[in-house]
Design a protein around this ligand. Structure first.
Ligand code: FES
Length: 558
């Protein structure tokens, strides 16, 4: 059987001696030229806990691939962006666009160098969807390895994580913590390698991808520093070889049923609203239609069960201690919430993978039984209305109520909103509108974690709502609505809201409305002047030209 389906173009064609000479020059023995080539990539880079250890994991994977003596392993890297570091500053403009660069880079590396299979290790929010989008585009045997979650921090007996650091600022400006405690929270929130610890975007997407079948069992819940993570990397060679041998491709694994499985796990675990963007993007890249209306159907039929951060109390490392993602999947399979016939990168189905793995222990309270949910329906609600004609995505976990009516206070940038909150302009009963921060307006649809954290820190979490054409970090909580489409920069009605307007958000009726007459809205539209783009050159300018709206996943290529 031919396993070097792609690399043979380079290695078995005598008219390409220079290509072969260069490959040999890079250390691949001549006798190995006829073996399949496995590209082993990662988003490893220094300066971010989520990514700092990924090149080390990739090196273990290369050893595992070479130890099989049946494949050639070729390391490569792509860029990445730290969502935590860039939140609340202009670096965040690059975060969502980095997903496309990661996908483009993996596609380019594997496409240009004829990799027969791909192992890719991803660590921070946009890394995971970027990797899967590339795998879907290439449709060659591929496995995604998650870099793993960070351990929890600790200060004065209180468990800390990155959101503690964000919220500490709100507490500081409101005099709720001392200067020393503020400093210690910063020093202790991130105690080593790994992605942010709650059910934020990285853990959400890693879990969704494992359930989708594109990672090995436990990949999403084994912490970055765990022995299990090391073992996963040290054993990966045989798994990628199995996929090559059986020619199992992403299109065999990413199917409408496996996408549904992934969306269900995001819902029961209370995952990030970013999943709405990324799952649509992954599905569309694989040629599977998925839209916001379908997401709402999942929400309507799936309960929220997990008591995990940001709204709840547990971290991913706690889930790991209870049996990890496979234990959750076993629970879901028993409850009929996932389709166990879907194929995975083990070459076996979900049901086969789970057969001999332990389920959740009886005495745990991280995941509630279906008979006693945190919320009967899911937390990701799709809203429509006169300021979101193509949809908006709200995160309603039930802690913050399901309906909010308040008075608009408008900010045309995140910076302006942060200043407004700091200066005490935001009062109980306000709906904070942050606009011109969509995919084109931001540009890059930045996350509004700093404003939501400042609101929580200021003790206004249950007294104000926040709506935006930007996104939210998985760490955001409170009454928040994002992804408002069409975005203000494209003339969306969000641009027409004025201070003092009444805004109604109803997560039961799935509505978001500004209470002004259609005539008044029409008049305001006539007088609206499109502001200039904030960026006029470079990558972000290219992104502005290409990016589609949030309701269709912010893709740039389809
Ligand atoms: Fe990477 Fe949060 S900054 S997962």
């Amino acid at each position: 059987m031919i396993l070097n389906r792609y690399s043979r173009v380079l290695t078995q064609d005598e008219s390409l001696p220079a290509s072969q000479a260069m490959i040999i020059g890079s250390g691949v023995p001549y006798e190995d030229l006829n073996k399949p080539f496995v590209g082993i990539g990662s988003t490893g880079f220094d300066g971010n806990p989520c990514n700092m250890h990924l090149t080390t994991l990739a090196a273990l994977q290369k050893k595992s691939v070479l130890d099989t003596k049946q494949m050639v392993g070729l390391l490569f890297n792509t860029i990445g962006v730290s969502d935590g570091i860039t939140n609340g500053n202009d670096g965040m403009r690059y975060s969502l666009p980095s997903r496309e660069i990661i996908a483009d880079s993996i596609e380019t590396m594997a496409g240009a160098h004829f990799h027969d299979g791909i192992i890719f290790t991803a660590g921070c929010d946009k890394n995971m969807p970027g990797a899967i989008m590339a795998m879907a585009r290439l449709n060659r045997p591929a496995i995604m390895v998650y870099g793993g979650t960070i351990g929890g921090g600790n200060y004065k007996g209180e468990k800390l994580n990155i959101v503690s650091a964000f919220e500490a600022y709100g507490k500081k400006i409101n005099g709720k913590i001392s200067e020393e405690d503020f400093k210690e929270v910063i020093k202790n929130s991130c105690p080593g390698p790994g992605a942010c610890g709650g059910m934020y975007t990285a853990n959400t997407m890693a879990t969704a991808i494992e359930v989708m079948g594109m990672s090995l069992p436990y990949s999403s819940s084994s912490p970055a520093r765990s022995e299990e993570k090391k073992k996963e990397c040290m054993n990966i060679g045989k798994h990628i070889y199995n996929l090559l041998e059986k020619d199992i491709k992403p299109s065999d694994i990413i199917t409408p049923a496996s996408i549904l499985n992934a969306l269900r796990v995001v819902t029961i675990l209370g995952g990030s609203t970013n999943a709405a963007l990324h799952m649509i993007a992954i599905a569309r890249t694989m040629g599977i239609p998925l839209d916001l209306a379908q997401l709402q159907k999942i929400t309507d039929t799936t309960p929220l069960l997990a008591d995990m951060k940001p709204s709840g109390k547990y971290l991913m490392e706690d889930l790991h201690a209870l049996g990890g993602t496979p234990a959750v999947m076993k629970f879901m399979l028993e409850e009929g919430m996932i389709d166990g016939n879907c194929l995975t990168v083990t070459g076996k189905t979900i049901a086969e993978n789970l057969k001999d793995l332990p389920g959740l222990p009886k005495d745990q309270d991280l995941l509630r039984p279906v008979s006693n949910p945190i919320k009967k329906e899911g937390h990701i609600q799709v809203l429509y209305g006169n300021i979101a004609k193509k949809g908006a995505v709200a995160k309603i976990t039930g802690h913050e109520g399901e309906k909010f009516e308040g008075t608009a206070i408008c900010f045309d940038s995140e910076v302006a909103a942060n200043e407004g909150i700091r200066e005490g302009k935001v009062k109980p009963g306000n709906v904070v509108v942050i606009r011109y921060v969509g995919p084109k307006g931001g540009p890059g649809m930045p996350e509004m974690l700093k404003p939501t954290s400042a609101i929580i820190g200021a003790g206004l979490g249950d007294k104000v709502a926040l709506i935006t054409d930007g996104r939210f970090s998985g760490g955001s909580h409170g009454f928040v609505v994002g992804h408002i489409t069409p975005e203000a920069m494209e003339g969306g009605e969000l641009a027409l809201v004025k201070d003092g307007d009444t805004i109604l958000i109803d997560a039961i009726k799935n509505q978001i409305e500004v209470k002004v007459t259609p005539e008044e809205l029409e008049l305001r539209k006539k007088n609206w002047v499109k502001p200039p783009y904030r960026v006029t050159s470079g990558y972000l300018w290219k992104y502005i030209q290409l990016v589609q709206d949030a309701s269709t996943g912010c893709l740039t290529d389809l």
